[in-house]
Design a protein around this ligand. Structure first.
Ligand code: ATP
Length: 248
């Protein structure tokens, strides 16, 4: 049974502090703080716990990453501030490349993010040099510019905390998209192939564990995951939790 609360728990306060620290270090922009607030609200409604449906999505995502030929983790400021070490560990566990891709891009911010990733153990970070010059068609803003060794040729892209325009553009460009999004109704959540409705700080750790476990198994090439159905089940789980909160 999930317990209702009138104020955020220590875990969510700790996550906020990491984000504010990232803001002060130049990784996160003001808009990123606002996007986090939206996510936090959904996390509150979920009881700040991973849903059963999110565990199912994590399993499917690890499978998709391990079966991919050229998987890439797309990193923005919020993700780098919240889980730099997990990005590096997941890249190792899944064989994915790491690419910095920002909505509000500047060389200074890209460098700050790459620096954090490198200090967390990343050997290679894409999206920084002259080879980051290819474009995702039909997309405005700096996010359309991608690395020719990374997202441009990727078959599977993990885009945590993404906005709908870019997710839809990646889909039109033929990529399989996995996302973390606390809001199961966002355009990104709805457009992705696999949506992990969970706080990225919990979900990344689960995804790493699942990749490590799945690596030891023989994976069949074909697997089915009904993202829309799983999202509907997630929305229902949140609704039920709300009902419990209201009647507690
Ligand atoms: P869309 O364009 O996809 O409809 P949006 O306009 O809400 O979504 P953004 O403002 O870019 O897009 O927000 C990014 C998304 O990330 C939001 O849906 C928010 O719920 C989610 N989010 C924020 N923080 C976290 C977090 N820590 N873990 C998981 N999801 C998060």
């Amino acid at each position: 049974m999930l317990v209702p609360r009138s104020h955020p728990r220590a875990a969510s306060l700790h996550i906020r502090e990491r984000l504010v620290h990232g803001y002060r270090k130049g990784l996160v922009v003001e808009e990123g703080l606002l996007a986090h607030g939206r996510g936090e609200m959904f996390d509150y409604l979920m009881g700040e716990k991973t849903l059963k449906t999110s565990h199912d999505a994590v399993k499917a995502a690890s499978r998709m990453l391990l079966l991919a030929k050229r998987p890439v983790i797309s990193v923005n400021g919020n993700l780098a501030a919240l889980c730099p070490r997990e990005i590096v560990v997941l890249a190792r566990a899944s064989g994915a490349k790491i690419e910095v891709n920002l909505f509000y891009a500047s060389e200074k911010r890209k460098k700050a993010i790459a620096g954090v990733l490198k200090r967390s153990g990343a050997k290679e970070v894409l999206g920084l040099d002259a080879r980051c010059s290819q474009k995702i068609p039909n997309l405005d803003s700096a996010r359309r510019v991608v690395d020719e060794r990374g997202i441009f040729i990727a078959d599977v892209v993990l885009v945590p905390l993404e906005d709908g325009d870019r997710t839809e553009a990646l889909k039109r460009f033929g990529k399989k998209v996995i996302t973390f999004d606390l809001n199961p109704m966002s355009r990104t959540a709805q457009a992705a192939d696999i949506t992990i409705v969970d706080n990225v700080t919990r979900g990344m750790q689960l995804l790493i564990k699942s990749c490590r476990k799945m690596k030891k198994c023989r994976l069949g090439k074909n697997f089915k995951f009904d993202n829309k159905k799983n999202l509907s089940r997630s929305i229902l789980a949140i609704k039920n939790n709300l009902g419990r909160m209201a009647h507690a």
